[in-house]
Every structure is written in structure tokens, then in C-alpha cells.
Design a protein around this ligand. Structure first.
Ligand SMILES: C[S@@+](CC[C@H](N)C(=O)[O-])C[C@H]1O[C@@H](n2cnc3c(N)ncnc32)[C@H](O)[C@@H]1O
Length: 213
């Protein structure tokens, strides 16, 4: 009986999680086109989620490999997005903070959108991303993170332990620029701005970083 309840709870979670995530991440759609315009070649998207970026990639994308521990492809909307994609697409259900099953220097571009917040061992993931990116390749990202003003940042620190439990591991107080630089990337451009919504969630870091040889 107990096991059956646990299994039913897990199945319900697997059903609800991608649908809820897809709905919430739709609120970010207006920020995607301007971010993804920079992306081209053989692309690795870490934190593929429900495929909301697919329709925003430009004609320069030759192929896309999506990595995410959550497999949302059984959700009809996600299946439809994947079916409409005009470049070859491979999905891998795995975490990026382990060893990625790709050769060093395989990708021209790596993309994350609102994902670094949720990766438990984010430095490991960035090291793997750097390894599989070509020398001179680009890491294109838009992420939310630590606010620039001290009082909002202090609130982020207070709320983060509770929020992380509630929101499936999402951290609201990470210093994204520092994480990217410490991961061995060189920031070519970065734009920090406040998006809509409560301040503790709305501080955005949008940028392009390169991997030097
Ligand atoms: C807030 S969602 C963003 C999804 C998508 N990038 C978007 O823009 O809609 C964060 C995503 O990170 C994924 N994620 C969590 N831990 C991860 C890990 N260790 N490696 C790769 N992706 C991870 C989650 O499954 C989720 O799909």
C-alpha cells in the first residue's frame, strides 16, 4: 500500500512537473529571441526543459543536442515543438553536472536559459560545458540571479533555502557572471537588467562568453 502511494505520487509529479514548468517558463518567452539570435552551428542546449527555445533559433543552427534530466517529450505540446523543428535534434535525458557523453570541442555553441539556477553542482556543469565547446566557441545564456543592490540580495539569501525546496532546486541568489568566469569562460558581452516580476526573482544576466583555447 505504502509503495503504491509513493509510486502514484512519483507518477503524478512526473505528469505535473513538465506541464507546470512549461506554463511558468512561457512568461519568459519575450526575452528568448534577442538572446538566441547569436546561436549557430552545432549547438548544445543544457536544461532543454520543454523545448520552449526551439522556435526562436535562427537559420544558422545546423543541429541541436538537448540535455536535461527531465524527459518532457511525452507532453503533447513538447512533442509538437520537437516535430516542427527544422534542424536535426537529439535529446539526452541526463544531468549536465556529471560527465557529458560528448567529445571535447564537439560544439560551436552552448546555450542555457534559466538553468544555471537549478543545477546542483553548477561548477562541474560549467567545466563540462567548457570541455565540449570548441576553442573560440560561444556560450550564450540568459539566467536569473543575484540582484545588484544589497537589500534585495540580502532578501534573496534569506528566502533561498525555502525557495530551493519549493521550486525544485532553483536558487535565486547565484552570481551568474562570477560562475561563468570561474568556469573558464571569457565574458564577451553581458547585459544585466530587471525583468518583470518581484525583484528577488527578476534580476537577469544575459550574455555571450567565449572559450579561449
Ligand atoms: C527553469 S527550467 C528552464 C527550462 C528551459 N531552459 C527554458 O528556458 O524554458 C530549468 C531546467 O533545468 C533542468 N535541470 C535541472 N538540473 C539539471 C542538471 N543537473 N543538468 C541539466 N539540466 C538540469 C530542469 O530539469 C529544468 O528543465
Amino acid at each position: 500500500m505504502g509503495l503504491r502511494v509513493i509510486l502514484a505520487g512519483m507518477a503524478l509529479r512526473d505528469f505535473i512537473k513538465p506541464r507546470l514548468q512549461d506554463c511558468l517558463m512561457g512568461m519568459m518567452d519575450d526575452l528568448r529571441p534577442e538572446t538566441l539570435v547569436e546561436v549557430e552551428g552545432e549547438v548544445l542546449e543544457v536544461g532543454f526543459g520543454t523545448g520552449r527555445n526551439l522556435e526562436h533559433y535562427g537559420s544558422g543552427v545546423k543541429s541541436l543536442t538537448g540535455v536535461d534530466p527531465m524527459d518532457a517529450s511525452s507532453v503533447p505540446k513538447v512533442g509538437a515543438r520537437i516535430a516542427q523543428t527544422r534542424f536535426p535534434l537529439e535529446r539526452c535525458t541526463l544531468r549536465a553536472d556529471g560527465e557529458l557523453p560528448f567529445d571535447a570541442g564537439r560544439f560551436d555553441c552552448i546555450v542555457t536559459t534559466w538553468t544555471l539556477c537549478s543545477i546542483p553542482e553548477v561548477s562541474l556543469a560549467l567545466a563540462e560545458m567548457r570541455r565540449v565547446l570548441k576553442p573560440g566557441g560561444r556560450y550564450v545564456f540568459i539566467e536569473h540571479g543575484r540582484a545588484p543592490n544589497a537589500s534585495t540580495a540580502a532578501w534573496q539569501d534569506r528566502i533561498n533555502p525555502f525557495w530551493r525546496r519549493l521550486a525544485d532546486g532553483c536558487n535565486i541568489n547565484r552570481r551568474i557572471d562570477r560562475l561563468v568566469a570561474d568556469g573558464g569562460f571569457e565574458l564577451a558581452s553581458m547585459d544585466r537588467f530587471r525583468a518583470k516580476g518581484p525583484g528577488i526573482f527578476a534580476h537577469m544576466y544575459r550574455g555571450v562568453a567565449t572559450r579561449q583555447a
